[in-house]
Design a protein around this ligand. Structure first.
Ligand code: ATP
Length: 233
């Protein structure tokens, strides 16, 4: 579904992605784990089109994406739930969800909203409240639900567990795992390597702009180097 080859990207003259190779098949949950500053967010920004790519290719559902502007990528089925959630705090929960559906003016928007409320019952309860009043975990759910309103076939998730209490972290990972049942393929970027690898099919380890390891998530969790470097075991 998504294939990245030789991807390079820079901020000014400083290159931070040095030739990333990565692929995601339809129906998979794939995670990219790595320390703060490894380049995970930059990678997702390249995929969603808000960070320029200096070399390499991104192919999504058989089409080259590299030259496609960010606003057209959602139309092709690629949505991102950004780092730090970036919900509209002054708008209500429902208004935030409607913004996620801005591409569509059909009656399916209402059904999608009902689906979102089935998936996230707390959002239904808070539907008319300002999103800024939601807890961190609820805001993260709203960010994911908003991205799903764009009817993506592939969802890019940037650090959904960031800043959440452990119990909420577990809930968010459950939600991400459940996306599979909704026919959404997931590329999940996380510093919480254990949580992410626990729900993923496959994983990549990123260190200073390079992929240094990859494989089935279960193998990565069992790998001694990963256990020491990322899992604190
Ligand atoms: P985090 O978990 O903090 O988001 P990350 O793995 O996502 O980390 P990136 O945010 O992609 O890492 O950052 C990769 C490198 O690029 C880091 O060295 C960072 O300092 C640098 N960087 C990120 N954004 C910018 C920017 N806007 N201008 C200059 N350098 C940047």
């Amino acid at each position: 579904m998504l294939s990245v080859e030789g991807l390079r990207s820079s901020y000014g003259r400083i290159e931070v992605l040095h030739g990333i190779e990565l692929s995601v098949s339809a129906g998979e949950i794939v995670t990219v784990v790595g320390a703060n500053g490894a380049g995970k967010t930059t990678l997702l920004k390249c995929l969603s089109g808000i960070q320029p790519v200096s070399a390499g290719s991104i192919v999504f559902r058989g089409e080259a994406l590299t030259a496609v502007p960010a606003y057209r990528r959602l139309k092709r089925g690629l949505a991102q739930s950004p780092e730090g959630r970036q919900i509209f705090t002054n708008l209500t929960v429902e208004e935030n969800l409607r913004l996620g559906a801005y591409l569509f003016a059909d009656e399916k928007v209402e059904r999608d909203m009902e689906d979102a409320f089935v998936m996230f019952p707390i959002l239904k309860q808070k539907r008319d409240q300002a999103a800024g009043g939601l807890s961190g975990g609820q805001q993260q759910m709203l960010a994911i639900a908003r991205a799903l309103m764009g009817r993506p076939s592939c969802l890019l998730l940037d650090e959904p567990s960031m800043g959440l209490a452990p119990i909420l972290v577990a809930q968010i990972f459950d939600v991400v795992k459940g996306l599979r049942a909704h026919d959404v393929t997931v590329l999940l970027v996380e510093q919480n390597a254990f949580g992410a690898l626990s729900i993923a099919d496959r994983g990549y380890v990123m260190e200073t702009g390079r992929i240094t390891m990859s494989g089935p998530a279960a193998e990565l969790i069992a790998d001694e180097r990963i256990r020491q470097a990322y899992l604190g075991i």
